[in-house]
Design a protein around this ligand. Structure first.
Ligand code: DX5
Ligand code: ZN
Length: 233
């Protein structure tokens, strides 16, 4: 029995001129968490937001904030992203810092740690950390930008990680990040993805996002929104 699909709104493709309102728009639409894409211009060739941005929108919703640190040195910033209001801090296994040290630092700050894997990183690179984190984020695009195509070649890695997590009887959710939309979300969920990060497929819509969120959740389970009786609610 697969877990209920969670929708995590990536604000990278939102309107940054009114980010607080954009966070509220996703929260009002019933997403399960907010995904904040932090890029340092070194780990990836893009620069997005720092702790000050996380702090500036923290009061706009009580939903969990998942800060996705696409940074070479997450150890130096874990505390600051924790203090800014992150609930879960996800860093990359491919970063320069020792993953054990980053996990310890995030926990010292009283927050939950997550690890992220780039598409080319083999599944077994994550095996030694599965008992120590609260989210395993599998990248289905090469990190750096929103609006990219879903890399289907990552699905076997996701299935292999799901099998290993189940074999160890861990309650560790897999996140899927990049190119998740109405066409790809069912495969992502079927391969073991539970926390489905959606950026451009969400924020490409103006106004009320709830029909989009309902459709995404239904599509994850292989149903259309009407089959879930969404219009009756
Ligand atoms: C890419 C980010 C993703 C991405 C999601 O580096 O980690 O969170 O922005 O956006 P879409 O859904 O547009 O791929
Ligand atoms: Zn992300």
């Amino acid at each position: 029995m697969r877990a209920r699909p969670q929708i995590s709104a990536s604000i990278l493709n939102a309107d940054f001129s009114q980010l607080g309102r954009e966070v509220e728009r996703a929260a009002d639409a019933g997403v399960d968490s907010i995904h904040l894409d932090v890029m340092d211009g070194h780990f990836v060739d893009n620069l997005t937001m720092g702790p000050v941005v996380v702090e500036s929108v923290r009061s706009r919703t009580s939903l969990p904030f998942h800060s996705h640190l696409m940074m070479s040195n997450p150890l130096a910033y874990a505390q600051r992203f924790a203090q800014a209001g992150s609930d879960l801090i996800v860093f990359h296994l491919e970063a320069d810092d020792d993953p054990g040290a980053v996990i310890a630092e995030i926990e010292r700050a009283g927050k939950r740690p997550g690890i992220a894997l780039n598409p080319e990183t083999p599944a077994d690179a994550a095996h030694r950390w599965l008992e120590q984190v609260d989210l395993l984020l599998v990248m289905t695009v090469h990190p750096g930008w929103g609006g990219q195509e879903f890399i289907v070649d990552v699905l076997p890695t996701m299935r292999s990680l799901r099998a290993e997590i189940d074999r160890r009887e861990l309650s560790l959710p897999i996140g899927v990040d990049g190119g998740v939309n109405l066409d790809t979300i069912e495969r992502a969920h079927a391969a073991g993805g539970e926390v489905l990060v959606v950026g451009s497929a969400l924020y490409s819509t103006d106004g009320d996002l709830s029909p989009t969120v309902t459709a995404l959740r239904a599509a994850a389970e292989g149903r259309t929104a009407t089959e879930t009786g969404a219009e009756r609610t």
